[in-house]
Design a protein around this ligand. Structure first.
Ligand SMILES: [Zn+2]
Length: 93
């Protein structure tokens, strides 16, 4: 999955980060508000983790919702604890 069309947010202040256009792995990504910065490849690795986390959480929540009130549908969902990420993708999936 490509994350290039999504805005990357600073996990601390939920502010869109600044990066160069067509960033390379060694380019710096910087949060304009709190000044947090990291290499582009590190940021992308964290963002991908966040995407996976969101997908798991969304799936788990919709399964739980679907199973609620049904006598026939027993779904065992694993609880996804809230996590904070240093870098996040805007708007989820
Ligand atoms: Zn920040």
């Amino acid at each position: 999955m490509s994350t290039t069309n999504h805005t990357v947010l600073c996990g601390t202040c939920k502010c869109a980060v600044e990066t160069v256009s067509d960033p390379q792995a060694h380019d710096k990504v910087t949060c304009p508000r709190c000044g947090a910065s990291d290499r582009f490849d590190n940021v992308m690795a964290t963002v991908k983790e966040h995407v996976v986390y969101l997908a798991e959480k969304t799936l788990s929540e919709s399964l739980t919702k679907a199973a609620r009130g049904s006598r026939f549908l027993k779904v065992k969902t694993k609880h996804i604890p809230n996590r904070s990420f240093r870098w996040m993708i805007e708007g989820g999936l």
